[in-house]
Design a protein around this ligand. Sequence first.
Ligand SMILES: [Zn+2]
Length: 386
Amino acid sequence: MSVAVVNIGRSHSGDLVGTPLPGDALVCDGGVIAWIGSSADVARGDHESVLDAGGAGVIPGLIDSHVHVTFGDYTPRQQTVGYLESYLHGGMTRAITASEVHTPGRPSDPAGVKALAVAAQRCFADFRPGGVTVHAGSVILEPGLTRVDFEELWEQGVWLAKAGFGAFDGPLDYVPVAQAARAAGLLVTCHTGGGSIPGSLDRIDAGAVIAMGAHVSFHVNGGPTAMTPEDNEKIVVEGGEVALQLAMAGNLRSALDICRLAREHQRTDRLLISTDTPTGTGVVPLGMFHLIAELVSLGGLPVELAIAAATGSVGRVYGLDAGILAPGRPADLLILDAPLGSAGEDWAGALQAGDLPGIGAALTAGHVRYTKSRNTPAPKRPVAVV
Ligand SMILES: [Zn+2]
């Protein structure tokens, strides 16, 4: 079953400079983007659905790299059912777990955290709430885990690890365990800043994140408590390739500071945009676009870079083929525009004005999941289903 999108206006392929699609039409087939070209070349009878964007734009579906997944489409922290499907109505087509640390009664012994990660990975391997792809199963680093444990997890399909919630006495005690996970091939993520819940460490600073060799500095602007300005500079300047994951639920002042530092030091390629929800901050379906709009309109982050930080850059850091719109890539995309009444002319102008775009349609794995978002304002140019 193929779906065509025609009459696309302003587009962004997901890369760092926001390269437009090479045409104003695309075709999705077999879960991937099969073709990009001119609307004049789309034979409408060849497709099961044709979406006429009417001049609205297209960008890759947003990838939130900090979602507190547990099991099913349910968050125990806020007692909410159906949040992942609701996030799809905010533009998130793919969620990456921040570890299953919110699972009630979660284990903390090595065998228990391994089993939890494997179970979560299995439970979401074929379960797509509302059409959202969920990468679940991130092992919570605890004392006693060894290189052999991480190699077993890797063989079981677990490829993520999370530092920051284990029963270690101090941040530097994570270093050998995090490095063993990394050596076994896992992608290591690390809580950054002040402790998020009672019982976690008081603070994990830039030096500890760097010493662990983490791939991603989780909520580098605080989750929700930020590092010092000196540590912000240290992780940008001395952090090598550590990805700088900005979180909507973090400290906005610190996020703006890290954006400025990343621009000054030409390291905006390391910026990722995420929500860090559901958490104490709540369930926030529009969280990705909220932070994008804030960084663009208040932080001077070019809109092209902000979209990349929520799409193609996430795919690159996490080794996924998603986040870029090109033939052969997953057909996860949004048709969007400035919302009705916005000062902006198109989705990019709306974000520059600090407004959230109106989403006209979302596709994941090449399927049309909706043609009217229930969470965003209506787009100026609505999508017509032909
Ligand atoms: Zn978190």
